[in-house]
Design a protein around this ligand. Structure first.
Ligand SMILES: Cc1cc2nc3c(=O)[nH]c(=O)nc-3n(C[C@H](O)[C@H](O)[C@H](O)COP(=O)(O)O)c2cc1C
Length: 514
């Protein structure tokens, strides 16, 4: 005892370092660097671990990071908090850079008349099209907001995050897409809901994992906030990739919501079991629309066009088909995906959407479909470009997450999200106050719509559906520095029938809190 108590503190440090060195050289086999450079080799692993944070906080410039740079994140945060989201001294962007977007302003902006809906509410911006009207569904739906929350399930997001999003869309009059994980109690605070399911049919599945129409009909009957149904074919971050929900992640609550067994891995296969061909898919859509009365759409990332061509031809022949199509860009987010998929499979939004829209336009089908775009489109200028190309609504996932506190730590797949947004850890999500965060989501949407309306007015229009391809220019290369969208992507969008905002406000199908 006397011997041990006689060892001085610096001797203890030396002893600990000696033990670490012995472990590094003789015991551990996993790390060559630690073996070859005992003790100091650990510094490399430590720095590598905190590298992303160091770069984000200290090193990266304002426009450098991906998926969202500091300026973009800052704009969402400031908008959500209703803080000053302006910048001083002029743009800090290189507006001659490749892919930079310009909106052609009118000589004189659009001037709303007295009592115009936007004079009363500067954030009033519903969708110009009605989902399900063409196909004569029993309950057509006009989204009351052109910006909405994209598919993200309870399971990939925390209960507190889902609750904040649902309460937020209710305040903003937007809709909330459930994502693949079923309709949870946290989706049920009164905001409009688009019920979304993929190949796992979570929440509407039989014991053997096949789709149950009876369960879907019951779900819709019990939950009048469900305004439309979205069938997921694919998403931009991992098209054609199935998934496994490991048994360890299945809590009692998740098992009950998704209708899966506790203690067993659950498979989401790459393909649907409810249909295997395009005609079968159209029949499936019709069956669901008939049984629920709701508009039914599909979500997909775009690559090859042959099967889309088949769908379009079938729509012409039968007069049936989806009421809306959500086009997700290859740049889209996910809770977890292999980089080989996230980086390379499926086209970025502008290429995928323009290919698809052109195809449906050639077949004169664009009037029958509400086009929804997602893939880093949650910024007013990007949205203007998307609308000019033919989008009718925008879905946002990660931007919505940021508005409720996500710091882009990019660890959604580890269950260790520091902001409590994308984790099931009770401790990590306990810092989220849904009352405060829902107000932030609502404020982000309202600020977005207000700025989008202002940009629209600056271009001489009343509603963004009036944007034409030729209104937006994009830098293409050095010789031909900027080119209008119609010349770059080789089409003009079809005219969207629009009378005025008052007409949309008076629409009997208008969603939100109306
Ligand atoms: C955490 C997280 C979970 C997601 N879950 C789903 C899902 O269940 N189904 C789906 O189709 N897309 C899912 N997505 C993709 C988004 O709905 C969206 O299409 C994509 O992120 C592009 O939008 P963004 O750029 O605004 O994030 C998820 C994305 C994130 C970030």
């Amino acid at each position: 005892m006397d011997f041990i108590s006689g060892i001085s503190w610096w001797m203890w440090i030396l002893i600990v370092l000696l033990i670490v060195a012995i472990r590094d050289i003789f015991i551990q086999k996993a790390h060559t660097i630690s073996h070859n450079y005992p003790i100091v080799g650990h510094l490399r692993y430590m720095l590598e671990k905190i590298g992303p944070e160091l770069r984000q906080y200290l090193v990266a410039n304002n426009r450098e990071e991906l998926p969202f740079n500091r300026i973009e994140r800052g704009w969402v945060y400031a908008s959500a908090k209703h803080e000053n989201n302006y910048e001083g001294f002029g743009t800090e962007r290189d507006i001659y850079a490749h892919q930079h977007i310009f909106i052609n302003n009118a000589m004189m902006p659009f001037k709303p008349k007295e009592n115009h809906p936007n004079e009363i509410d500067k954030t009033f911006l519903p969708c110009a099209k009605v989902m399900g009207l063409h196909n004569k569904r029993k309950k057509p739906f006009r989204p009351a907001s052109v910006i909405n929350v994209s598919a993200m399930s309870f399971g990939s997001l925390s209960a507190k995050a889902v609750e904040s999003l649902n309460k937020g869309v209710k305040m903003a009059g937007a809709y909330h897409n459930t994502g693949e994980g079923g309709l949870s109690p946290y989706h049920s605070y009164g905001g409009d809901v688009i019920f979304h399911f993929g190949t796992g049919y979570f929440g509407v599945r039989n014991e053997d994992g096949t789709f149950s129409l009876e369960k879907l009909v019951k779900l819709v009957e019990d939950n009048p906030s469900i305004r439309a149904i979205e069938i997921k074919l694919s998403q931009g971050a991992k098209p054609g990739k199935g998934g496994v929900l490991p048994a360890s992640k299945i809590t009692k609550e998740i098992a009950a919501i998704r209708h899966v067994e506790l203690g067993k891995d659950v498979l989401s296969p790459p393909n649907h079991s409810a249909f295997t061909t395009i005609p079968e898919m159209v029949d499936f859509i019709e069956k669901i629309a008939e049984a629920t009365g709701l508009p039914v759409g599909i979500k997909a990332a775009i690559g090859k066009l042959e099967q889309w061509e088949e769908l379009a031809d079938l729509m012409i022949k039968t007069g049936k088909g989806p009421d809306f199509i959500t086009v997700d860009g290859g740049e889209g987010g996910t809770g977890a995906a292999p980089p080989s998929f996230a980086d390379h499979v499926s086209l970025p939004w502008v290429y995928g959407f323009s290919d698809l829209y052109k195809l449906f336009q050639r077949k004169e089908l664009t009037d029958r479909i509400v086009f929804i775009g997602s893939g880093k489109l949650g910024f007013p200028a990007k949205a203007a470009m998307a609308f000019a190309m033919g989008a009718d609504c925008i879905n946002v996932a990660r931007e919505a997450m940021m508005s409720i506190g996500c710091i882009q730590a990019q660890v959604c797949h580890t269950n260790r999200c520091p902001s409590g947004v994308a984790t099931q850890s009770k401790w990590l999500q306990s810092g989220i106050d849904p009352t405060l965060k829902s107000a932030r989501l609502a404020q982000y949407f309202k600020t977005f719509r207000k700025e989008f309306i202002e940009i629209t007015h600056a271009a001489g229009y009343e509603h963004p559906c009036q944007f034409k391809m030729s209104d937006i220019e994009i830098n293409v290369d050095d010789h031909n520095l900027s080119k209008e969208l119609n010349k770059t992507y080789m089409y003009n969008k079809t005219h969207v029938p629009f009378t005025d905002m008052q007409d949309l406000k008076d629409c009997i199908y208008l969603g939100g809190n109306n």
